[in-house]
Design a protein around this ligand. Structure first.
Ligand code: AMP
Length: 282
């Protein structure tokens, strides 16, 4: 495994690999089994002849909350060990100064899918995600990239970016990896207080109940209300949103003949957790 810290080093490492399949997994570090799952899928997709590239970059531009950025866990040594174990060929680990010029003046704006769900409560977040992913795509020039469905809205917006800007990369969505008790793995989970960690699996419990009820014919509003009831009964929890939307447009209403998405964001103390589940009528 080789590591690049600058754009020049990255270009140098990749120069001799052009023409091969390059599968890219961008991350912000503090890697866990969810990231490992993406990296394993990347290795399988690349095959023996292909290249797996990962980036570890805590992108300041996508943080709408300074406290969240300053407390975001960083574990670079463990991250590199995990990348190696997962068969990554090249890791790109730039600093913000390497990624961004001080007088940067380009912005990336998506103005339909980004207006709802997390986009409504985190102004500028998806513009920051699109900016960094577009830059990383230009640097790595991957044939394929893998993103987790944990960040479902992010994946939908990046699919839109790739489509609307004709970026020559195929995006793949990876299933959510969970703890045994159902909590979706997240780098932020380590910041949960013990009582919030104990209660957090109720998110997935509520989503699963909702999926079962929806399949059995419950209305979108009934399903949404049941999730809100469950989560608002937990001490110290504040719901940011719980929405049932079309899985592609991310807007309501969900149509019975298309995949729907039930997406939730809630504050457990000062940690904001997100989760979602795809829904279908039986
Ligand atoms: P992050 O480091 O949070 O930016 O995440 C990097 C990539 O890993 C994104 O595509 C995430 O959607 C994905 N990811 C994070 N947590 C999980 C999880 N629990 N299951 C599957 N993918 C995940």
């Amino acid at each position: 495994m080789q590591t690049a810290h600058t754009k020049e080093e990255l270009r140098g490492l990749l120069a001799s690999m052009r023409g091969r399949r390059i599968v890219f997994v961008p991350t912000m570090g503090a890697l866990h089994a969810g990231h490992a799952s993406l990296l394993h899928q990347a290795r399988a997709l690349a095959g023996e002849q292909g290249i797996v590239v990962s980036s570890i970059f805590l992108n300041p531009v996508q943080f709408d909350n300074a406290g969240d950025l300053s407390t975001y866990p960083q574990t670079p040594d463990a991250d590199l060990t995990l990348c190696k174990e997962c068969g990554v060929d090249v890791v790109f680990m730039p600093t913000p100064d390497v990624m961004y010029c001080a007088d940067r003046s380009m912005v990336m704006e998506e103005n339909h899918l980004s207006t709802v769900l997390c986009g409504a409560s985190r102004p500028g977040h998806f513009a920051g995600v699109c900016l960094v992913v577009c830059k990383l795509f230009n640097l790595v020039q991957p044939t394929d990239a893998i993103f987790g469905k944990k960040d479902y809205q992010q994946l939908a917006i990046l699919r839109r970016m790739v489509r609307d800007l004709d970026i020559p990369v195929v995006l793949h969505g990876a299933e959510i990896v969970r703890e045994e008790d159902g909590l979706a793995l997240s780098s932020r989970n380590v910041r949960l207080l013990p009582q919030h960690r104990a209660a957090a699996p109720q998110i997935y419990g509520a989503l699963r109940t909702a999926a079962r009820d929806y399949a059995a014919g419950a209305s979108a509003e009934e399903v949404r209300a049941s999730v809100i009831d469950t989560l608002s009964a937990i001490d110290g929890v504040r719901i940011d949103y719980a929405e049932l939307v079309d899985a592609e447009t991310l807007h309501a209403p969900a149509c019975d003949h298309r995949m729907a998405l039930l997406a939730v964001a809630a504050w457990f103390g000062d940690v904001r957790l997100i989760d979602n589940i795809e829904l279908v009528r039986a």
